[in-house]
Design a protein around this ligand. Structure first.
Ligand SMILES: [Zn+2]
Length: 486
C-alpha cells in the first residue's frame, strides 16, 4: 500500500478492546457467551437497575494480569474502579464501570515482527472495564432496539503509545497482539463478532518536528484490512486538508467499508467530559505479589519463544516457524503431529499446505479445538511415518489423505484395504518400463537423439502404468538405465 504524505509524517496509536473469554460477566453471574437470543443473558445488575451492587469476577483480574505479564507491563498492587459517565441507550446505568487514573497494568511493550526486522511498540496501559449493550437500528422498521447480552461482558482496553508510523505497522501490531491474547486463551480474537475491536488514533505533522498534530480517532473497523485501509485513507485526508490551508479538529470518524472513506461521527469528548470518578460501589482492587507470581508461573510459552524453539530445536526454517506459531491451535496441532512421528519438516509441509487449506475451506479458522480438525494429529503423523518408511510414496499419500478425510480411518488401515502400497520390487516396474518404451518407439529415438526433456514424460507414463504406486526413485534409476540402452 503506497501512502502519499508529501512533507508530512504520520503518528499512529491504537486502542484495542478485547472481550474476555470468562464464563460469566464481570460484575454478575450472567453468561458471557456470544450468540444467544437478545436479552437472554441479563439480570438486574447488568441491566443497570437502581440499587444493584456489582461483585467483581476474580477471573477477570487473573486474565488482566496474564495479559499484563505477557506484554511486560508493571502490575499495579492497587488499582481503582472508576465510573465513566455518559448517556447512551445501550448503557442504561448512564455510566460504564472502567478504570481510569489507576489502571491494573502500565508501561509494557510488544515486539512486532515486520518485513525488515522487529519494532518495539510501547503500551501505555491495560485496564479492565465492562462492555455495553448493543443498539440495533433499521432491522425493525423505524424502531430502535437494544440487546443487553453484551452489557457487562468483561473487556480489556489495551492502549498503545503513538509509536507506529505506517498502516502496515498498525496491522502487524494488531496481529501480534491478537496472537498473544489467543495464546493466553483469554480472548478469541474474532474481529467480525466484535470480540477484538480496534480504534485508531492518527495524526500528521510536518517532517522533523516534535509536536503531535491534531489527533483524530477512527472507529468501526472490523478486519485487519479495514484497519490498514482506514488509517491510510485518514492520513492522506489529513495531509490534503492541511495542504489546502484548512485546519483539523479533534474528532471521531467512522470507517465506511463500502465507500472506503472515513466520515465525521462526533467531536470527541475530552476525558473531562466523561466526569470520571471512583466507583463508590467497588473497593480499590488489591493484587498481591503472590497472586501475580502464581499467574506468571501459569503462563504458556508465548509465540516469540515458541518460534525460536521451532527453529533451534526442531530445525525448521524461520518462515515455517512463523506461520506455524502465529496461531496457538496450529502450533499445538503441529507439535502433536511431530510427537506422533518426529519428522518436523514433513509435518510442517503437511500442516502449512493441506491442513491449513482444509481449515480455511471448511471455515474452521475460529475453531480453537484441534480435535475438530479434519484429520487428527496422530493420523497425520502415522501417514508421514508410512512415507518415511517407504510403504507409500508421497503421491500415494495424497490419495490416502483424501481417503482419511472421507472415512476418518487410520492411514495404515486405508493402505491395507485399498492395496495402495508402494511397489519397490524391480520386476513389475521393469515390466511397466518395457511396456511404455515399446509403445513409444518414436519418442525413445528422439530421447536417444538428445531430447533429454522427454525423460519426465517417460516417468509420468510409468507412474501411470503402475497406478501411481511405483517407487519414484526406483523408476528414475531403472528408466535411466533402460533408456541408455542397457
Ligand atoms: Zn447480569
Amino acid at each position: 500500500m503506497s501512502l502519499r504524505l508529501g512533507n508530512y509524517e504520520s503518528v499512529i496509536g491504537l486502542e484495542v478492546h478485547a472481550e474476555l473469554l470468562t464464563a460469566s460477566k464481570i460484575f454478575c453471574g450472567c453468561s458471557a457467551a456470544f450468540g444467544a437470543p437478545p436479552n437472554r443473558h441479563t439480570c438486574p445488575v447488568c441491566l443497570g437497575m437502581p440499587g444493584m451492587l456489582p461483585v467483581l469476577n476474580r477471573r477477570v483480574v487473573e486474565f488482566a494480569v496474564r495479559a499484563g505479564l505477557a506484554t511486560h507491563c508493571r502490575i499495579a498492587p492497587v488499582s481503582r474502579w472508576a465510573r465513566k459517565n455518559y448517556f447512551y441507550p445501550d448503557l442504561c446505568k448512564g455510566y460504564q464501570i472502567s478504570q481510569y487514573e489507576l489502571p491494573i497494568c502500565e508501561a509494557g511493550w510488544i515486539d512486532v515482527p515486520l518485513e525488515d526486522g522487529t519494532k518495539r511498540v510501547r503500551l501505555t496501559r491495560i485496564h479492565m472495564e465492562e462492555d455495553t449493550g448493543k443498539n440495533i437500528h433499521d432491522a425493525h422498521g423505524s424502531a430502535s432496539l437494544v440487546d443487553f447480552n453484551r452489557s457487562g461482558v468483561p473487556l480489556l482496553e489495551i492502549v498503545s503509545e503513538p509509536d507506529m508510523t505506517w498502516p502496515a505497522e498498525a496491522g502487524a501490531y494488531l496481529r501480534t497482539l491478537r496472537s498473544i491474547l489467543q495464546y493466553l486463551q483469554i480472548c478469541d480474537g474474532n474481529m467480525e463478532e466484535g470480540s477484538f475491536r480496534c480504534d485508531a488514533n492518527c495524526s500528521v505533522r510536518p517532517r522533523n518536528t516534535m509536536a503531535l498534530g491534531t489527533k483524530i480517532e477512527i472507529k468501526n473497523m472490523n478486519s485487519f484490512r479495514a484497519v490498514e485501509r482506514a488509517i491510510a485513507y485518514e492520513l492522506e485526508r489529513q495531509v490534503r486538508v492541511l495542504e489546502e490551508g484548512g485546519t483539523l479538529v479533534q474528532e471521531t470518524r467512522l470507517w465506511d467499508p463500502d465507500r472506503e472513506e472515513t466520515r465525521a461521527m462526533r467531536s470527541k469528548e475530552s476525558a473531562h467530559d466523561y466526569r470520571y470518578f471512583p466507583d463508590p460501589d467497588l473497593p480499590p482492587l488489591v493484587v498481591s505479589a503472590s497472586f501475580v507470581e502464581d499467574v506468571r508461573r501459569s503462563l504458556p510459552e508465548l509465540p516469540d519463544a515458541r518460534r525460536a524453539r521451532f527453529v533451534s530445536v526442531l530445525g525448521l526454517p524461520e518462515y515455517d516457524a512463523e506461520v506455524l506459531t502465529a496461531r496457538r491451535d496450529v502450533a499445538d496441532y503441529f507439535e502433536a503431529v511431530v510427537t506422533a512421528h518426529p519428522n518436523a519438516k514433513a509435518a510442517s509441509n503437511w500442516v502449512m499446505g493441506d491442513i491449513l487449506r482444509l481449515v480455511r475451506e471448511q471455515k474452521l479458522d475460529d475453531a480453537p479445538v484441534i480435535e475438530r480438525w479434519p484429520v487428527t494429529a496422530a493420523h497425520l503423523g502415522a501417514l508421514i511415518a508410512l512415507i518415511d518408511g517407504g510403504t507409500i510414496s508421497g503421491k500415494i499419500a495424497k490419495t490416502v489423505f483424501e481417503e482419511m478425510l472421507a472415512c476418518g480411518d487410520a492411514p495404515a488401515a486405508i493402505v491395507e484395504r485399498t492395496g495402495l502400497v508402494q511397489v519397490s520390487d524391480e520386476g513389475p516396474i521393469v515390466a511397466a518400463i518395457d511396456q511404455v518404451l515399446a509403445a513409444n518407439g518414436a519418442k525413445v529415438e528422439e530421447y536417444r537423439g538428445g531430447k533429454d526433456k522427454l525423460f519426465g514424460f517417460f516417468v509420468g507414463q510409468v507412474m501411470k502404468a503402475t497406478g501411481g504406486k511405483a517407487n519414484p526413485g526406483l523408476v528414475n534409476a531403472l528408466l535411466k538405465k533402460k533408456l541408455a540402452g542397457s
